[in-house]
Design a protein around this ligand. Structure first.
Ligand code: ATP
Length: 298
């Protein structure tokens, strides 16, 4: 086997995106052992290699054609693209598909005691950030003048030690900000993980992606969907169908020895809340089961 005919995918080696990326690839049927120290892991059952690197290196590796695909946060992707544009380096890529993990926001945060009265109150201040390009773009679009200092980690500590007035950093729950005496004042960018590719793939690599992509989409759809089974009163079928989240038509099956009840099966493509189950129960439904789906296609 030659490396030219294998699709090379860059993923984060360790960090917030690595576990979910690895799980996604496994659920797509890729057999790989990334548990060891190998930085280039061979997939044994498909012509694919996985390159495990720092998140911040992934966009550049894809843009330079070293890797064919990459799984990376939109924040890292956008920051790198802006930086490379500025340096006159190749910054072209295609977003193959968005992924449903790695959700976070890039926010401006100030010390709790700061009197925030809108963006204008940030004018002339200095921010510590790992994302200077995204921050500069936001400041320009919003007509404020801010200064920044680059920190690759522990950004939250900057105001306390006098390095900056505020920070511009990634937030998911806000707990880290709170623990460091900071409050979120503006969201400047919302991010999720994405699968990206260099602009054009060789036909044989495109063929591998054509097999992989529907699997990725199937895994994501399955993750968001639930299989619901219940017994419903025959005369309440319409009300029961209306309560089902998602657009699938329910399957209705007879129940042995029961003229008043039927079995209803449906794939729900949206969140199935306890409130919906309670409403179904109130309609006279029984034996309500909500089950995870492992794979989906079509
Ligand atoms: P690396 O160390 O691999 O170069 P990193 O320092 O950005 O990258 P992580 O902190 O693991 O590594 O974050 C990886 C990505 O996870 C982020 O770029 C972002 O897209 C996503 N993410 C999701 N939630 C958060 C969060 N609360 N804080 C930081 N990143 C988050």
């Amino acid at each position: 086997m030659t490396t030219e005919t294998r699709l090379r995918i860059a993923m984060q080696k360790s960090g917030r995106l690595s576990d979910e990326t690895q799980q996604l690839l496994k659920r797509c049927g890729l057999k790989l052992n990334v548990g060891d120290r190998r930085l280039l892991a061979h997939v044994t059952n498909m012509p694919i290699d996985i390159m495990r690197v720092r998140s911040s290196d992934i966009p550049g590796l894809v843009m330079d054609g070293v890797c064919d695909l990459g799984i990376v946060g939109d924040n890292t992707l956008e920051e790198t693209a802006l930086e490379r544009e500025l340096l006159g380096q190749n910054s072209a890529y295609t977003k193959t598909t968005g992924l449903n993990f790695g959700g976070c926001r890039l926010s401006l945060a100030m010390p709790e005691e700061f009197n925030y009265t809108g963006l204008a109150s940030l004018d002339g201040l200095r921010f510590a950030t790992t994302y200077p390009q995204l921050m500069k773009r936001f400041a320009k679009e919003n007509g404020i003048n801010v200064d920044f200092c680059l920190l690759k980690g522990s950004v939250e500590v900057a105001p306390r030690v006098g390095l900056a007035d505020g920070i511009c950093d990634l937030v998911s729950t806000g707990a880290t900000l709170e623990a460091n005496g900071l409050k979120e004042v503006e969201v400047i960018y919302r991010s999720k993980a994405s699968l990206i590719q260099g602009v054009e793939l060789a036909p044989e690599k495109q063929a591998i992606l054509d097999t992989l992509l529907p699997r990725i989409q199937g895994v994501m759809k399955a993750k968001e969907s639930k299989y619901i089974m219940l017994h419903a009163p025959k005369d309440k079928l319409e009300e029961v169908s209306n309560l089902m989240p998602g657009k699938e038509t329910p399957t209705v099956l007879p129940l042995a020895g029961r003229d008043d009840l039927v079995a209803v099966h449906v794939v729900a493509t949206e969140t199935f809340f306890w409130e919906t189950m309670e409403a179904l129960k109130a309609l006279g439904c029984d034996s309500i089961l909500v089950m995870p789906i492992e794979k989906m296609m079509g």
